[in-house]
Design a protein around this ligand. Sequence first.
Ligand code: GDP
Ligand code: MG
Length: 177
Amino acid sequence: YGDPSQKIDYVFKVVLIGDSAVGKSQILARFARNEFSLDSKATIGVEFQTRTLVIEHKSVKAQIWDTAGQERYRAVTSAYYRGAVGAMLVYDITKRQTFDHIPRWLEELRGHADKNIVIILIGNKSDLENQRAVPTEDAKEFAQKEGLFFLETSALESTNVETAFLTVLTEIFNFVN
Ligand code: GDP
Ligand code: MG
């Protein structure tokens, strides 16, 4: 989880967006600290967390921003998006509405962020397969149409969280190199 003495070659800002309670904060906790909490409180105060990884022999500091309870439509400020080179657009596979809101989030993102921003669509809570309300195919199709990466994750079971971040960070890395 990063040697603090190492020199940093790149800092990449990545923002988490999506409806409230889809698991954004737990995805971040899993990635940054390998932690998970079933009774996570709404995020207050903490703006971002970092983790340094090595990509092609370069040290990359991922600075991951989490909405501080600003998940209402249009409540996320432009400062949140400023300088972001990656975005994770998260919905909950057990809550259809959170997927139906994705086009709005995408529109917001495209309105505020750099045009080259790398975006991944994430269907979280894949461990709750028996409560699934969003077929994988629907999301895959949407992602393809919009030119987004796509993965289903479980912050609880730690499934695909690392892969999701690596997908975004590697794509950004390849773009700047
Ligand atoms: P946020 O509002 O998007 O930041 O959502 P949170 O990270 O606070 O998570 C909301 C609730 O969903 C919490 O009770 C979490 O424990 C739970 N949760 C988050 N990720 C998962 C997951 O992958 N699987 C399951 N079963 N629950 C999750
Ligand atoms: Mg949160």
